[in-house]
Design a protein around this ligand. Structure first.
Ligand code: MG
Length: 383
């Protein structure tokens, strides 16, 4: 049996706020559409993925779908028209036996529901995940006046993906008049006489429609195990006229000795990120014996650790750096350090902390032989 996925990503996303359509915006660390692409791509049973997009979204789609082997198809003014365009595209090169139609605004699709839907097609022409309606239902006039209390018994909210036998669904769409806009593909299938049933849905398959849905769904789907890494670094003072700490150059009567730019703050933070990943330490990734890192900007090290988090499917949610020195004074530069660090981490400034302390003139930092830094980084990693 050949199964294909048809992802609808042609919406302009007006209700979820302006700018880039929501399906291409970052969601829990990657473009929203990519969550769905990765879920379908992970199933060997899905042999082909077609994504219906707006004609203006070609380049942003290409970036979001890099390496996913997904075919873009231009959509129409309505969702119904867009799905029809996607189904017609699937007829080229031999139509599939089964198609799963999915909204890109539902990033919580997972491999389990894809398998369950395909299995359920053995007994029906069409199948969708759904949840029972739990709230009381009211029919309301535009004025806000309740006109009727509706029975919720037996009512379910259908989600996506929805799975169909391909040939009868294509026929149903071809038979549909252009002005007939139905709420979902199960409705189109049933209007053509196809049988349909529901399987258990999940809150994670919910649709992101309004701006407030985004944060709620990110917490529901993007949540992984919080892993906290710690890092420590120290560098000795030597000749020079400045130090670089957390990416900010500060004039000082001495410099810091180190193989790279000796940015102890970012070195500690890089180690904290590597620690959260269990990926060794900064010396493993950038050996001091390697001449290419002589005088290197520590941004390279920090960006490398940030990239490793992304490759692990993780998301940085918090970072805290403490600089330990008597001088130079950190206070006047703290905001600049936070802003630079937040920029590299792809984190908001209010989740990025840089602070400083002294050791009351005790020890090597107290004697101003050198300075030290410690850091923690919190990363959500997939369970
Ligand atoms: Mg160092």
């Amino acid at each position: 049996m050949i199964a294909a996925a048809l992802i609808v990503a042609a919406g302009s996303g007006q209700r979820a706020g302006g700018g880039l359509p929501k399906q291409f915006r970052p969601f829990a660390g990657k473009p929203m559409l990519r969550w769905s692409l990765e879920a379908f791509r992970a199933r060997p049973s899905i042999s082909r993925i077609v994504v219906v997009i707006d004609a203006a979204s070609g380049s942003v789609f290409a970036r979001c779908a890099a390496g996913m082997d997904a075919e873009p198809v231009f959509g129409a003014a309505t969702r119904t028209g867009s799905v029809h365009a996607g189904l017609e595209a699937l007829t080229s090169g031999g139509p599939p036996d089964v198609v799963l139609i999915h909204d890109a605004a539902r990033p919580g699709v997972n491999e389990a529901v894809i398998d369950s839907l395909i299995a359920a097609l053995g007994q029906t022409d069409a199948v969708a995940p759904a949840l029972p309606v739990a709230d009381a239902l009211k029919r309301v006039a535009a004025s806000g006046i309740v006109e009727n209390d509706e029975q919720r018994t037996g009512l379910w909210r259908a989600q996506t993906p929805q799975a169909f036998r391909f040939a009868p669904l294509l026929a149903a769409y071809r038979a549909l008049s252009a002005d007939n806009v139905l709420d979902d593909d199960i409705a189109v299938a049933r209007a053509a006489g196809m049988s349909a049933r529901l399987i258990a849905g999940d809150a994670r398959y919910g649709k992101i429609t309004f701006p407030e849905d985004h944060t709620m769904m990110e917490r529901l789907i993007g949540a992984g195990a919080p892993c906290v890494g710690s890092g420590f670094d120290a560098h000795r003072f030597g000749p020079g006229d400045h130090v670089t700490l957390c990416g900010v150059r500060i004039a000082h009567e001495r410099g810091l000795i180190g193989h790279s730019d000796a940015d102890a703050g970012w070195h500690a933070l890089t180690d904290a990120l590597l620690g959260a990943l269990g990926a060794g330490d900064i010396g493993d990734h950038f050996p001091p014996s390697d001449p290419q890192w002589r005088g290197a900007d520590s941004e390279v090290f920090l960006r490398h650790a940030v990239d490793l988090v992304a490759q692990a499917g993780g998301r940085i949610v918090h970072a805290d750096v403490t600089l330990i020195c008597e001088r130079p004074r950190i206070g006047p530069h703290r905001d600049a350090m936070r802003a630079r660090t937040a920029e590299i981490l792809g984190l908001s400034v209010n989740r990025t902390s840089v602070k400083a302390t002294t050791t009351e003139r005790l020890g090597f930092t107290g004697r101003e032989e050198g300075l030290a830094a410690q850091a923690t980084a919190t990363v959500l990693l997939p369970d």
